[in-house]
Design a protein around this ligand. Structure first.
Ligand SMILES: *Cc1c(COP(=O)(O)O)cnc(C)c1O
Length: 227
């Protein structure tokens, strides 16, 4: 299948899933994660109508952005070292892995006057040692403490579920993130509307959508893996 065919199949699957759980398919944003594919394939995804591009590294991401950044909305989805902020801040529209005050501080410092830095706070819902992100208990105090950074807007929460052969096993992780998101949203912080949920990858996006995902990050299943 071409990227275009895969994208169309994905959109129609999203419609079916949304229909089955009573959600509006328009609320689901597909991020094509292009970290394993070339510029050419990324271009094909954009031509197929993909609106969101996700990259997880400053190096490869900036290179792709330089070639294609006049199209699409760009998401930085990987962990971000503070010293790389300068390189990426004017290129990416969303940052999915805010997990520490020092990073918020650097993003705020490097933002242009009036620039809004849209961030997801990354949560390690499953408490896996190998994963970054805050524990569930840390999230609310962390978000409260971001108020002092005027450029930072917390648009939502992000998580990576553990990899399971049976994606159904990820459900408690996604549900846990949604419950936390609802709790933060209910606080109605001006700096943290927190209405979005970035969750679900190639293996588990179906379950993530059923549990409320508004941004799914799909690499292999959409654009493939070339390196
Ligand atoms: C690589 C990556 C993805 C996409 O992974 P696939 O399994 O290829 O869909 C999603 N989110 C993050 C943070 C990633 O690093």
């Amino acid at each position: 299948m071409t990227v275009k065919e895969k994208y169309e199949a994905l959109l129609s699957e999203i419609e079916d899933i949304c229909h089955s759980v009573g959600r509006d398919p328009k609320r689901i944003n597909v991020i094509a994660v292009t970290k394993y594919v070339s510029e050419e394939t990324t271009q094909k995804a954009l031509e197929a109508g993909v609106q969101h591009i996700g990259e997880n590294r400053a190096e490869g991401g900036v290179e792709k952005w330089e070639a294609l950044g006049n199209q699409g909305i760009w998401h930085f989805i990987g962990s971000l070292q503070s010293k790389k902020v300068k390189k990426v801040i004017d290129k990416f529209d969303y940052f999915h892995s805010l997990d520490r005050i020092s990073l918020a501080e650097e993003l705020d410092k490097r933002a242009k006057p009036g620039q809004v830095i849209r961030c997801f706070v990354q949560v390690n819902v499953s408490n896996e040692e190998s994963k970054s992100g805050l524990s569930k208990e840390e999230v609310l105090p962390f978000i409260e403490s971001l108020e002092k950074f005027p450029a930072i807007e917390v648009v939502g929460l992000m998580t990576m579920a553990p990899f399971y052969e049976a994606p159904e096993l990820t459900r408690p992780v996604f549900r846990g993130l949604r419950e936390l998101q609802e709790l933060v949203a209910a606080k109605q912080f001006t700096h943290a509307p927190c209405l979005e949920l970035s969750m679900g990858m190639s293996n588990d996006y179906r379950v993530a959508i059923e549990e409320g995902a508004t941004f799914i990050r799909v690499g292999t299943a959409l654009v493939g893996k070339e390196f």
